[in-house]
Write a protein that binds this ligand. Structure first.
Ligand code: NAD
Length: 427
């Protein structure tokens, strides 16, 4: 079993003793409802035809239509989409959203495709999967290497096949096609709201403005989280991406850094290092910095049994999916470090996607203030529920979040009848 899938299943197992879930419902949650694999033949600009493997996994749809992104990356395979769909299932359940969990993708290096090839492959994805996608079946969204333009092409293709204006087919669309302006900041800002709730109501060792933060990953999620910290006077003292990083004790200005990193996509950090007090830092060094809050916002498996015992942060806010291995989790929990799990910490994106789906369904418009208030409300609620379980039952934050999600999923499955209900003496 691929590491990422093993990791996902292990996280669930730890929550079972606390979840009080019926054994049949638990058994059903061990297996994805369906995984479909297609071959996509894409004509390239030079005339050649290349075949790409594409996937959609709907892990569970007990609580509503499946919901999850579409990722373009060479590492995409069956196990990968299953693990990501599994996390989406528990994220939606923990946040009390009316969705199940899904994920899809194409095994492709999107950085090597021309704009025309990217459009073609995106439309072909919809051509292959349109029968199982849809506003009441499975609502797709962007993920790594897919953006709002890709969502726009996919919406347009679905519209051509099905007719009408099914804007609620996909979220993360361009604003002009029914998307929400707030979607781009939602995961980063959502992570900030979770952290603020935790620091103010539970950690209480420092004021929010006195907390220090280090962020690994300076993409869509890491940047907007850093920007929100800057706006709220919370000091981010280090940032990094896959090519390098900067460390400044008086605080890093994210916008200035982003402008200096420029159109290279953050490959050249030399201009950032010219700023007063900004020293180069590697990714490995950043993870071990003496900060209050460490924020992995890049890729999976960066916090492992190799570095967990050396991490000095007191809180880890998982904005990436799956950044901490189960072995590292055990080490950190034993040391009393709070690891705020991805299914709560990075749920801001799916909450705002839910608002977009609702708005498209009802052809109505919400104000930005309403969307932000709704985002904060949902994340405050989930954080409170997770912390109540953590404090009353002594379980890790991750186990508390999974137990919360399992309870909701279990209740919905049990509502349809269990072994006890259907036993011969009852029927
Ligand atoms: P992105 O592609 O915009 O940014 C990724 C960032 O990580 C880039 O700065 C990249 O340079 C950096 N990175 C890549 N490999 C790295 C490495 N080995 N070491 C250090 N940095 C590295 O992606 P994103 O949308 O910001 O997503 C980041 C993470 O957050 C992913 O795990 C994604 O699944 C998760 N996530 C994203 C959203 C969303 O709304 N975008 C929602 C939930 C979860």
């Amino acid at each position: 079993m691929a590491t990422i899938l093993r990791m996902a299943k292990k996280q669930l197992e730890e929550a079972i003793p606390f979840a009080n879930i019926d054994t049949e419902s638990w058994e059903r949650l061990q297996h994805p409802a369906r995984i479909i694999e297609c071959s996509i033949p894409c004509r390239h600009d030079d005339g050649t035809l290349k075949i790409y493997k594409a996937y959609r996994c709907q892990f569970d749809t007990t609580l509503g239509p499946a919901k999850g992104g579409i990722r373009y990356h060479p590492s995409v395979d069956r196990d990968h989409v299953e693990a990501l769909a599994f996390w989406m299932t528990f994220k939606c359940a923990a946040l009390k959203l009316p969705f199940g969990g899904a994920k899809g993708g194409i095994s492709v290096d999107a950085t090597k495709l021309s704009h025309r090839e990217l459009e073609r492959i995106s439309r072909l994805y919809v051509d292959s999967f349109h029968d199982i996608l849809g506003p009441d079946q499975d609502v797709a969204a962007p993920d790594m290497y897919t953006d709002e333009r890709v969502m726009g092409w996919m919406y347009d293709e679905y519209k051509l096949i099905k007719g009408g204006h099914p804007k609620d087919f996909i979220t993360g669309k361009p604003v002009a096609l029914g998307g929400l302006e707030e979607r781009k900041v939602s995961t980063g800002y959502g992570g900030y709201f979770v952290l603020e709730k935790l620091i103010k109501d539970y950690w209480k060792q420092k004021r929010m403005e006195a907390v220090t933060v280090a962020i690994q990953g300076f993409g869509k999620v890491g940047y907007w989280f850093a920007e929100k910290c800057w706006k709220e006077d919370v000091k981010v003292i280090a940032i990094s991406n896959e090519y390098g990083g900067a460390h400044c004790l008086t605080g890093v200005n994210p916008e200035q850094c982003r402008n200096l990193l420029g159109p290279t996509g953050g490959k050249d950090w030399s201009e950032v290092h010219k700023l007063y007090g900004h020293e180069p830092i590697s990714n490995d060094e950043l993870l071990l910095m003496d900060v209050d809050v460490l924020v992995p916002a890049a890729v999976e498996n960066v916090i492992t049994d190799q570095n967990a015992s050396k991490i000095k942060a007191k809180i880890i806010l998982e904005l990436a999916n799956g950044p901490t291995t189960p072995e590292a989790d055990t080490i950190l929990n034993d040391r009393g470090v709070w690891v705020v799990p991805d299914i709560i910490a990075n749920a801001g994106g799916v909450v705002v996607s839910y608002f977009e789906w609702l708005q498209n369904r009802h052809a109505e418009e919400r104000t930005s203030d309403q969307i932000m208030a709704g985002l904060r409300y949902k994340l405050d609620y989930a954080t409170t529920k997770m912390m109540e379980r953590h404090l009353s039952k002594g379980m890790s934050l991750r186990t508390a979040a999974y137990a919360l999600a399992l309870k909701r999923l279990g209740e919905a499955k049990e509502a349809l009848g269990t072994k006890d209900y259907f036993r011969p003496s009852n029927c």
